[in-house]
Ligand binder design. Structure first.
Ligand code: GDP
Ligand code: MG
Ligand code: ZN
Length: 374
Protein backbone atom coordinates (compact mmCIF):
# COMPACT_ATOMS: atom_id res chain seq x y z
CA UNK A 1 0.00 0.00 0.00
CA UNK A 2 2.80 2.37 0.89
CA UNK A 3 4.20 2.04 -2.61
CA UNK A 4 0.94 3.18 -4.19
CA UNK A 5 1.53 6.69 -2.92
CA UNK A 6 5.31 6.71 -3.33
CA UNK A 7 4.94 5.80 -7.02
CA UNK A 8 2.99 8.97 -7.83
CA UNK A 9 4.94 11.96 -9.14
CA UNK A 10 2.78 15.09 -9.23
CA UNK A 11 4.83 18.02 -10.53
CA UNK A 12 5.60 21.07 -8.40
CA UNK A 13 2.92 23.26 -9.99
CA UNK A 14 0.29 20.59 -9.37
CA UNK A 15 1.49 20.39 -5.78
CA UNK A 16 0.62 24.07 -5.46
CA UNK A 17 4.19 25.33 -5.43
CA UNK A 18 3.86 29.02 -6.38
CA UNK A 19 5.96 32.18 -6.69
CA UNK A 20 5.66 33.00 -3.00
CA UNK A 21 7.20 29.64 -2.22
CA UNK A 22 9.86 30.24 -4.89
CA UNK A 23 10.86 33.45 -3.12
CA UNK A 24 10.85 31.69 0.24
CA UNK A 25 13.05 28.88 -1.11
CA UNK A 26 15.40 31.26 -2.95
CA UNK A 27 16.33 32.86 0.37
CA UNK A 28 17.51 29.47 1.56
CA UNK A 29 19.50 28.40 -1.47
CA UNK A 30 22.91 29.40 -0.16
CA UNK A 31 23.41 26.41 2.14
CA UNK A 32 25.43 23.36 1.09
CA UNK A 33 24.17 20.16 -0.40
CA UNK A 34 21.84 19.02 -3.14
CA UNK A 35 18.43 20.56 -2.57
CA UNK A 36 14.94 19.72 -3.69
CA UNK A 37 11.62 21.49 -3.23
CA UNK A 38 8.58 19.47 -2.38
CA UNK A 39 5.47 18.82 -0.34
CA UNK A 40 5.03 16.37 2.50
CA UNK A 41 2.87 13.49 1.25
CA UNK A 42 2.84 11.32 4.35
CA UNK A 43 3.89 11.58 7.97
CA UNK A 44 4.25 8.42 9.97
CA UNK A 45 6.32 7.36 12.93
CA UNK A 46 9.98 8.02 12.15
CA UNK A 47 9.76 9.12 8.54
CA UNK A 48 8.02 11.33 6.04
CA UNK A 49 7.40 10.87 2.35
CA UNK A 50 7.99 13.96 0.19
CA UNK A 51 6.62 14.60 -3.31
CA UNK A 52 9.40 16.52 -5.06
CA UNK A 53 8.05 16.73 -8.59
CA UNK A 54 10.27 13.82 -9.57
CA UNK A 55 10.57 10.66 -7.53
CA UNK A 56 9.12 10.75 -4.04
CA UNK A 57 11.77 10.87 -1.32
CA UNK A 58 11.74 9.38 2.16
CA UNK A 59 13.20 11.50 4.95
CA UNK A 60 13.71 10.65 8.59
CA UNK A 61 11.55 12.78 10.86
CA UNK A 62 9.28 12.68 13.85
CA UNK A 63 5.54 13.17 13.78
CA UNK A 64 5.33 15.04 17.07
CA UNK A 65 8.15 16.38 19.22
CA UNK A 66 11.51 16.18 17.59
CA UNK A 67 14.98 17.27 18.58
CA UNK A 68 15.54 18.83 15.16
CA UNK A 69 12.66 21.28 15.76
CA UNK A 70 11.44 20.54 12.25
CA UNK A 71 8.22 18.66 12.79
CA UNK A 72 6.58 18.19 9.41
CA UNK A 73 2.88 17.84 8.76
CA UNK A 74 1.18 16.34 5.73
CA UNK A 75 0.69 19.16 3.24
CA UNK A 76 3.77 21.15 4.27
CA UNK A 77 5.94 22.74 1.60
CA UNK A 78 9.54 21.88 2.34
CA UNK A 79 13.12 21.92 1.20
CA UNK A 80 14.88 18.57 1.28
CA UNK A 81 18.65 18.44 1.42
CA UNK A 82 20.46 15.31 0.34
CA UNK A 83 23.63 14.59 2.27
CA UNK A 84 25.84 12.01 0.50
CA UNK A 85 26.53 10.29 3.82
CA UNK A 86 23.41 10.79 5.94
CA UNK A 87 20.86 10.66 3.15
CA UNK A 88 17.94 13.07 2.63
CA UNK A 89 16.61 15.22 5.45
CA UNK A 90 14.37 18.25 5.87
CA UNK A 91 16.18 21.59 5.64
CA UNK A 92 13.16 23.88 6.07
CA UNK A 93 9.37 24.00 6.30
CA UNK A 94 7.58 26.94 4.67
CA UNK A 95 5.20 29.03 6.81
CA UNK A 96 1.78 27.34 6.77
CA UNK A 97 -1.15 29.07 5.05
CA UNK A 98 -3.50 27.03 7.20
CA UNK A 99 -3.02 24.25 9.70
CA UNK A 100 -5.40 21.69 11.13
CA UNK A 101 -4.09 21.50 14.67
CA UNK A 102 -5.09 19.44 17.67
CA UNK A 103 -3.73 19.07 21.14
CA UNK A 104 -1.19 16.23 20.96
CA UNK A 105 -2.04 13.05 22.83
CA UNK A 106 -0.35 12.80 26.22
CA UNK A 107 -0.10 14.93 29.33
CA UNK A 108 2.26 17.61 28.08
CA UNK A 109 0.25 20.50 26.62
CA UNK A 110 1.54 20.89 23.08
CA UNK A 111 0.09 21.16 19.61
CA UNK A 112 0.20 18.64 16.78
CA UNK A 113 -0.44 19.74 13.21
CA UNK A 114 -2.46 17.08 11.39
CA UNK A 115 -2.57 18.70 7.95
CA UNK A 116 -1.40 21.98 6.49
CA UNK A 117 -1.94 24.32 3.54
CA UNK A 118 -5.51 23.12 3.17
CA UNK A 119 -8.49 24.94 1.67
CA UNK A 120 -11.39 22.93 3.06
CA UNK A 121 -11.85 20.59 5.99
CA UNK A 122 -14.51 17.90 5.68
CA UNK A 123 -15.96 17.20 9.10
CA UNK A 124 -17.41 13.75 8.60
CA UNK A 125 -20.04 11.80 10.52
CA UNK A 126 -21.76 8.57 9.59
CA UNK A 127 -25.54 8.34 9.24
CA UNK A 128 -25.48 4.62 10.07
CA UNK A 129 -25.49 5.49 13.78
CA UNK A 130 -26.87 8.25 16.01
CA UNK A 131 -25.55 11.64 15.05
CA UNK A 132 -23.33 13.09 17.74
CA UNK A 133 -23.87 16.85 17.58
CA UNK A 134 -21.24 17.60 20.20
CA UNK A 135 -18.62 15.70 18.24
CA UNK A 136 -19.51 17.64 15.10
CA UNK A 137 -19.35 20.95 16.98
CA UNK A 138 -15.95 20.10 18.45
CA UNK A 139 -14.59 19.17 15.05
CA UNK A 140 -16.02 22.35 13.57
CA UNK A 141 -14.10 24.39 16.14
CA UNK A 142 -10.86 22.66 15.12
CA UNK A 143 -11.72 22.96 11.42
CA UNK A 144 -12.55 26.69 11.62
CA UNK A 145 -9.47 27.30 13.70
CA UNK A 146 -7.27 25.89 10.93
CA UNK A 147 -8.00 28.90 8.75
CA UNK A 148 -9.61 26.68 6.11
CA UNK A 149 -13.34 26.41 5.36
CA UNK A 150 -15.26 23.59 7.02
CA UNK A 151 -17.91 21.47 5.29
CA UNK A 152 -19.93 18.87 7.17
CA UNK A 153 -20.16 15.63 5.21
CA UNK A 154 -22.71 13.11 6.46
CA UNK A 155 -21.78 9.73 5.03
CA UNK A 156 -23.79 6.57 4.36
CA UNK A 157 -26.97 8.49 3.49
CA UNK A 158 -28.27 5.22 2.03
CA UNK A 159 -28.79 4.03 5.62
CA UNK A 160 -31.56 6.57 6.33
CA UNK A 161 -35.02 6.98 4.85
CA UNK A 162 -34.83 10.72 5.22
CA UNK A 163 -31.25 12.01 5.10
CA UNK A 164 -32.55 15.55 4.50
CA UNK A 165 -33.89 15.64 8.05
CA UNK A 166 -30.37 14.80 9.28
CA UNK A 167 -28.95 17.58 7.12
CA UNK A 168 -31.42 20.05 8.71
CA UNK A 169 -30.62 18.87 12.22
CA UNK A 170 -26.88 19.32 11.68
CA UNK A 171 -27.27 22.62 9.82
CA UNK A 172 -28.89 24.05 12.94
CA UNK A 173 -25.65 23.59 14.91
CA UNK A 174 -23.31 24.54 12.05
CA UNK A 175 -24.02 28.20 11.26
CA UNK A 176 -22.49 29.31 7.98
CA UNK A 177 -21.32 25.80 7.11
CA UNK A 178 -22.45 23.74 4.13
CA UNK A 179 -23.84 20.35 5.17
CA UNK A 180 -23.97 17.57 2.57
CA UNK A 181 -25.29 14.04 2.86
CA UNK A 182 -23.47 11.57 0.63
CA UNK A 183 -23.51 7.92 -0.25
CA UNK A 184 -20.84 6.09 -2.18
CA UNK A 185 -23.46 3.40 -2.84
CA UNK A 186 -26.21 5.56 -4.40
CA UNK A 187 -23.86 8.31 -5.55
CA UNK A 188 -25.83 10.96 -3.69
CA UNK A 189 -23.84 14.16 -3.02
CA UNK A 190 -20.66 12.91 -4.66
CA UNK A 191 -20.79 15.57 -7.39
CA UNK A 192 -21.07 18.33 -4.79
CA UNK A 193 -17.99 16.94 -3.09
CA UNK A 194 -16.06 16.45 -6.33
CA UNK A 195 -16.76 20.11 -7.16
CA UNK A 196 -14.80 21.19 -4.10
CA UNK A 197 -11.75 19.15 -5.01
CA UNK A 198 -10.67 21.32 -7.93
CA UNK A 199 -7.15 21.73 -9.26
CA UNK A 200 -4.91 23.59 -6.86
CA UNK A 201 -7.09 22.85 -3.84
CA UNK A 202 -6.33 20.65 -0.87
CA UNK A 203 -8.96 19.10 1.36
CA UNK A 204 -8.45 17.45 4.72
CA UNK A 205 -10.79 14.78 6.04
CA UNK A 206 -11.56 14.34 9.72
CA UNK A 207 -13.87 12.02 11.57
CA UNK A 208 -14.04 8.73 13.41
CA UNK A 209 -12.65 5.54 11.98
CA UNK A 210 -15.16 3.53 9.96
CA UNK A 211 -17.31 6.40 8.68
CA UNK A 212 -16.18 6.09 5.07
CA UNK A 213 -13.28 8.54 4.66
CA UNK A 214 -11.11 6.19 2.66
CA UNK A 215 -14.06 4.96 0.63
CA UNK A 216 -14.73 8.56 -0.42
CA UNK A 217 -11.07 8.97 -1.36
CA UNK A 218 -11.28 5.84 -3.51
CA UNK A 219 -14.39 7.21 -5.17
CA UNK A 220 -12.75 10.54 -5.99
CA UNK A 221 -9.48 9.06 -7.19
CA UNK A 222 -10.91 6.12 -9.14
CA UNK A 223 -8.86 3.96 -6.80
CA UNK A 224 -5.49 5.33 -7.99
CA UNK A 225 -4.34 4.90 -4.43
CA UNK A 226 -6.11 2.00 -2.82
CA UNK A 227 -7.32 3.19 0.56
CA UNK A 228 -9.79 0.61 1.72
CA UNK A 229 -9.46 -3.08 1.25
CA UNK A 230 -12.71 -4.63 0.31
CA UNK A 231 -12.45 -7.86 2.20
CA UNK A 232 -11.84 -10.40 -0.53
CA UNK A 233 -14.42 -13.14 -0.15
CA UNK A 234 -12.05 -15.97 -1.02
CA UNK A 235 -9.28 -15.39 1.50
CA UNK A 236 -10.48 -12.61 3.83
CA UNK A 237 -7.30 -10.68 3.08
CA UNK A 238 -6.65 -7.23 1.73
CA UNK A 239 -8.31 -5.20 4.43
CA UNK A 240 -6.64 -1.83 4.92
CA UNK A 241 -7.19 0.58 7.73
CA UNK A 242 -5.63 3.99 7.41
CA UNK A 243 -2.72 4.53 9.80
CA UNK A 244 -0.95 7.49 8.23
CA UNK A 245 -1.99 10.95 7.09
CA UNK A 246 -1.61 10.93 3.33
CA UNK A 247 -1.76 13.65 0.68
CA UNK A 248 -3.53 11.94 -2.20
CA UNK A 249 -3.61 13.46 -5.69
CA UNK A 250 -7.00 13.61 -7.40
CA UNK A 251 -6.80 12.75 -11.13
CA UNK A 252 -8.43 16.08 -12.18
CA UNK A 253 -6.12 18.09 -9.93
CA UNK A 254 -6.39 18.89 -6.26
CA UNK A 255 -5.46 16.83 -3.23
CA UNK A 256 -7.27 15.12 -0.44
CA UNK A 257 -5.66 14.37 2.90
CA UNK A 258 -6.97 11.13 4.37
CA UNK A 259 -6.41 10.64 8.08
CA UNK A 260 -6.75 7.79 10.52
CA UNK A 261 -9.83 8.24 12.67
CA UNK A 262 -9.24 10.17 15.87
CA UNK A 263 -11.53 9.17 18.69
CA UNK A 264 -11.56 12.45 20.54
CA UNK A 265 -9.87 15.49 19.13
CA UNK A 266 -8.46 17.85 21.76
CA UNK A 267 -8.62 21.60 21.15
CA UNK A 268 -5.41 23.56 20.90
CA UNK A 269 -5.85 27.25 21.83
CA UNK A 270 -8.72 27.30 19.38
CA UNK A 271 -10.21 30.70 20.27
CA UNK A 272 -10.61 31.76 16.66
CA UNK A 273 -12.35 28.46 15.93
CA UNK A 274 -14.66 28.92 18.94
CA UNK A 275 -15.74 32.35 17.71
CA UNK A 276 -16.51 31.03 14.24
CA UNK A 277 -18.21 27.81 15.33
CA UNK A 278 -20.42 29.60 17.90
CA UNK A 279 -21.15 32.94 16.21
CA UNK A 280 -24.46 33.46 18.03
CA UNK A 281 -22.58 33.37 21.35
CA UNK A 282 -19.31 35.05 20.42
CA UNK A 283 -21.35 37.86 18.87
CA UNK A 284 -22.83 38.67 22.29
CA UNK A 285 -19.75 38.29 24.51
CA UNK A 286 -18.37 41.75 23.69
CA UNK A 287 -21.67 43.35 24.70
CA UNK A 288 -21.53 42.09 28.28
CA UNK A 289 -21.14 44.91 30.81
CA UNK A 290 -18.01 43.40 32.36
CA UNK A 291 -15.03 42.44 30.22
CA UNK A 292 -14.40 39.39 32.41
CA UNK A 293 -18.08 38.37 32.50
CA UNK A 294 -18.48 34.65 33.07
CA UNK A 295 -22.07 34.76 31.87
CA UNK A 296 -23.30 33.28 35.12
CA UNK A 297 -24.99 35.84 37.38
CA UNK A 298 -23.34 39.10 36.41
CA UNK A 299 -25.65 42.04 35.71
CA UNK A 300 -25.70 43.28 32.14
CA UNK A 301 -24.75 39.91 30.65
CA UNK A 302 -25.63 39.98 26.96
CA UNK A 303 -25.16 36.22 26.58
CA UNK A 304 -27.77 35.43 29.24
CA UNK A 305 -30.09 38.02 27.75
CA UNK A 306 -29.80 36.33 24.34
CA UNK A 307 -30.40 32.97 26.03
CA UNK A 308 -33.56 34.32 27.69
CA UNK A 309 -34.81 35.60 24.34
CA UNK A 310 -34.25 32.19 22.78
CA UNK A 311 -31.53 33.48 20.43
CA UNK A 312 -29.01 31.08 21.93
CA UNK A 313 -30.15 27.48 22.48
CA UNK A 314 -29.40 26.20 25.98
CA UNK A 315 -27.43 23.18 24.74
CA UNK A 316 -25.22 25.36 22.56
CA UNK A 317 -24.30 27.59 25.50
CA UNK A 318 -23.62 24.52 27.63
CA UNK A 319 -21.23 23.05 25.08
CA UNK A 320 -19.59 26.41 24.48
CA UNK A 321 -18.92 26.69 28.22
CA UNK A 322 -17.42 23.18 28.32
CA UNK A 323 -15.12 23.88 25.40
CA UNK A 324 -14.05 27.27 26.83
CA UNK A 325 -13.31 25.52 30.13
CA UNK A 326 -11.12 23.03 28.26
CA UNK A 327 -9.18 25.93 26.73
CA UNK A 328 -8.96 27.66 30.10
CA UNK A 329 -7.53 24.55 31.74
CA UNK A 330 -4.99 24.36 28.93
CA UNK A 331 -3.82 27.92 29.68
CA UNK A 332 -3.29 26.95 33.31
CA UNK A 333 -1.32 23.87 32.29
CA UNK A 334 0.78 25.88 29.86
CA UNK A 335 1.64 28.41 32.57
CA UNK A 336 2.59 25.61 34.90
CA UNK A 337 4.83 23.97 32.31
CA UNK A 338 6.42 27.31 31.46
CA UNK A 339 7.14 27.90 35.17
CA UNK A 340 8.61 24.44 35.55
CA UNK A 341 10.88 24.69 32.52
CA UNK A 342 11.89 28.19 33.64
CA UNK A 343 13.06 26.89 37.00
CA UNK A 344 14.72 23.96 35.23
CA UNK A 345 16.58 26.45 33.00
CA UNK A 346 17.57 28.47 36.08
CA UNK A 347 18.91 25.34 37.76
CA UNK A 348 20.85 24.46 34.60
CA UNK A 349 22.35 27.95 34.43
CA UNK A 350 23.31 27.76 38.10
CA UNK A 351 25.02 24.42 37.55
CA UNK A 352 26.94 25.83 34.60
CA UNK A 353 28.02 28.84 36.67
CA UNK A 354 29.16 26.60 39.49
CA UNK A 355 31.14 24.47 37.07
CA UNK A 356 32.95 27.57 35.85
CA UNK A 357 33.85 28.70 39.39
CA UNK A 358 34.84 25.51 41.14
CA UNK A 359 36.79 27.25 43.96
CA UNK A 360 33.85 29.21 45.27
CA UNK A 361 31.70 26.12 45.25
CA UNK A 362 34.22 24.13 47.25
CA UNK A 363 34.10 26.57 50.13
CA UNK A 364 30.45 25.71 50.76
CA UNK A 365 29.70 23.38 53.59
CA UNK A 366 29.10 19.93 52.23
CA UNK A 367 26.44 19.27 54.87
CA UNK A 368 24.14 21.83 53.35
CA UNK A 369 24.35 20.16 50.02
CA UNK A 370 23.59 16.82 51.60
CA UNK A 371 20.42 18.07 53.25
CA UNK A 372 19.17 19.40 50.00
CA UNK A 373 19.54 16.03 48.38
CA UNK A 374 21.17 15.65 44.97
N1 GDP B 1 -23.72 1.82 3.48
C1 GDP B 1 -22.60 2.50 3.20
N2 GDP B 1 -21.40 2.06 3.63
C2 GDP B 1 -20.30 2.76 3.34
C3 GDP B 1 -20.35 3.99 2.62
N3 GDP B 1 -19.10 4.48 2.50
C4 GDP B 1 -18.30 3.60 3.15
N4 GDP B 1 -19.01 2.57 3.66
C5 GDP B 1 -18.48 1.41 4.42
O1 GDP B 1 -18.00 1.83 5.69
C6 GDP B 1 -16.89 1.04 6.11
C7 GDP B 1 -15.71 1.89 6.54
O2 GDP B 1 -15.23 2.62 5.43
P1 GDP B 1 -13.79 3.30 5.38
O3 GDP B 1 -13.76 4.10 4.13
O4 GDP B 1 -12.70 2.31 5.57
O5 GDP B 1 -13.85 4.26 6.66
P2 GDP B 1 -12.68 5.17 7.28
O6 GDP B 1 -12.18 4.42 8.47
O7 GDP B 1 -13.36 6.43 7.67
O8 GDP B 1 -11.64 5.37 6.24
C8 GDP B 1 -16.57 0.13 4.92
O9 GDP B 1 -17.11 -1.13 5.17
C9 GDP B 1 -17.27 0.80 3.75
O10 GDP B 1 -17.61 -0.11 2.74
C10 GDP B 1 -21.65 4.44 2.15
O11 GDP B 1 -21.81 5.48 1.50
N5 GDP B 1 -22.73 3.66 2.47
MG1 MG C 1 -9.53 5.09 6.38
ZN1 ZN D 1 -21.84 37.76 29.97
Amino acid sequence: MIDDLARLTPDLATLGWDETLDDWAAERDDADGERARGRIARVSRGFSLVFTGGDAVLVASGSTRSRTELVPATGDYVIVVDDPEDGPSLAAIAPRRSALTRRAAGRVPEPQVLASNIDDVFVMEGLDRDINLRRIERQLVVAWDSGAEPVVVLTKADQLDDPDAAVDEVSAIAPGVEVVAISTITGRGIDAIAGRVAAGRTIALMGLSGIGKSTLVNELTDGVVQRTGEVRAADQRGRHTTVTRDLIPIPDGGFIIDTPGIREIGLWQAYRGMAKAFPEISGEVDSCRFADCEHEKEPGCAVRAALAEGLIPERRLEHWRDLMAELGLQETQLEEYARRSESRDRADAERRRDAERPNKRKRRKSGRRGRRGR
